[in-house]
Design a protein around this ligand. Structure first.
Ligand code: ZN
Length: 255
């Protein structure tokens, strides 16, 4: 009996040459989570994959699931969306690369359509974003991806004891605890101090129903650092995140 492939919406997150003619792709799939699959013959001149296995290409993946181990076989990838605009500007590309990197490292190898849909929507938004807002939108979209993976920070009450944290006073922010601290807890922690405006900006960034806050270059940089630190602490566990490191250090507002 021939093995029937599983067909799922998918986005290519990375590819690696394997042997003379094949590639191993890491793929975000809507139905199976992030999976690895070998595309045999993908590097042959007349491969049926053609140019399909490009970074962040979106389409339908045809996967023969491995009976043992976790390396599946990709028998075909029908491209449906090529976001050419992502490759046209470094600011867009850098932001999209971080989204892909976070998905690749932290989405589970099990169905997790929430994060897949956030990633897919985020790539659309970044591809269409004017340069003047790529930086801000990138912060929002990255926070949304982090939240969809289950790591939303607590910003409306103390993350340790749930006490109210007045919105009109500076509040401590603990990366490790994952949120703001009341005065009592804040006194016992050395951490980032969030001014009232920084906290409301952060809340506005994360809430897609709210208008984007207006941030100058130094505040944008501070928010990039806060988010990077948060991702490294909660998700990375010391892993190397080159796309995040690159993104963090750049002012993406084009002069
Ligand atoms: Zn507290």
């Amino acid at each position: 009996m021939p093995t029937v492939p599983v067909v799922t919406p998918a986005i290519i997150l990375s590819t690696l040459r394997y042997g003379e003619t094949s590639k191993i792709a890491r793929i975000a799939t809507r139905d199976l989570g992030v999976q690895s699959a070998i595309a045999r013959g993908a590097l042959r001149p007349k491969s049926r994959f053609g140019a399909a296995l490009h970074l962040l290409s979106e389409g339908q993946a045809y996967l023969i699931l491995a009976r043992h181990g976790d390396l599946h076989t990709l028998t075909a990838f029908d491209i449906q969306v090529v976001r050419v605009a992502l490759g046209e500007r470094l600011d867009r590309y850098a932001t999209a690369s971080v989204l892909g990197e976070i998905m690749l490292r932290f989405a589970p190898p099990a169905p997790h359509p929430e994060s897949y849909d956030v990633l897919r929507g985020a790539l659309d938004v970044i591809a269409a974003a004017p340069s003047s807002v790529v930086d801000l939108l990138g912060l929002r979209l990255l926070w949304q991806l982090v939240c969809s993976l289950g790591f939303a920070p607590t910003l409306d009450a103390c993350v340790r004891d749930g006490r109210a944290v007045p919105v009109d006073r500076p509040a401590g922010f603990s990366t490790g605890e994952g949120g703001v601290l009341c005065a009592t807890c804040g006194a016992m922690h050395s951490g980032t101090k969030l001014q009232p405006s920084d906290r409301s900006d952060l809340m506005a960034l994360i809430d897609s129903g709210t208008e984007l806050p207006l941030l100058d270059d130094s505040h944008l940089a501070a928010h990039r650092r806060l988010l990077s630190r948060y991702i490294r602490y909660h998700l990375a566990e010391g892993a190397d995140l080159p796309a995040l490191a690159f993104w963090e250090q750049q002012p993406w507002v084009t002069p």
